[in-house]
Design a protein around this ligand. Structure first.
Ligand code: ZN
Length: 135
């Protein structure tokens, strides 16, 4: 299985974002160099049904991509949270995933007090899980 390494400080940042939004999905991008995750960039969730979906605010997403380029970073991963669903891609997640080269990270707050995080590659409506390694 492919492995994906995430620095612990980055994991903590993303988890606390998810925890601060227990009812609505949060989302953002992770940029880095040479395939290594370095920074996360939270993006506003602009979906109508934020409890069950995420849709990055388009303008903010473009602005974030530009910021990444200015920092000499490439898009490494896309993260979002599931307040009430397991850390698995939903049908909408599969259908709307449009970056086959990025890792999709899902944080689940499904079980009270337990934070779950899983990583996938999504291509052609198919998700393949990736082993997450905290560094
Ligand atoms: Zn989802």
């Amino acid at each position: 299985m492919e492995t994906f390494e995430l620095p612990r400080p980055l994991v903590n940042t993303i988890l606390s974002q998810a925890q601060q939004s227990p009812d609505n999905e949060i989302c953002g991008l992770i940029g880095g160099r040479d395939g290594r995750a370095e920074h996360c960039y939270p993006v506003d969730n602009a979906a109508l049904d934020q409890a069950r979906r995420f849709q990055m605010d388009p303008r903010e997403q473009i602005e974030t991509m530009r910021q990444m380029r200015d920092n000499d970073e490439a898009l490494i991963a896309i993260y979002h949270s599931h307040p009430r669903a397991p850390a698995l891609p939903s049908e909408t997640d599969l259908a709307e995933a449009s970056y086959p080269e990025a890792v999709y990270l899902i944080i689940s707050l499904n079980i009270v007090g337990v934070l779950e995080m899983a990583a996938f590659r999504i291509k052609d409506n198919q998700a393949n899980e990736i082993a997450l390694q905290l560094a």
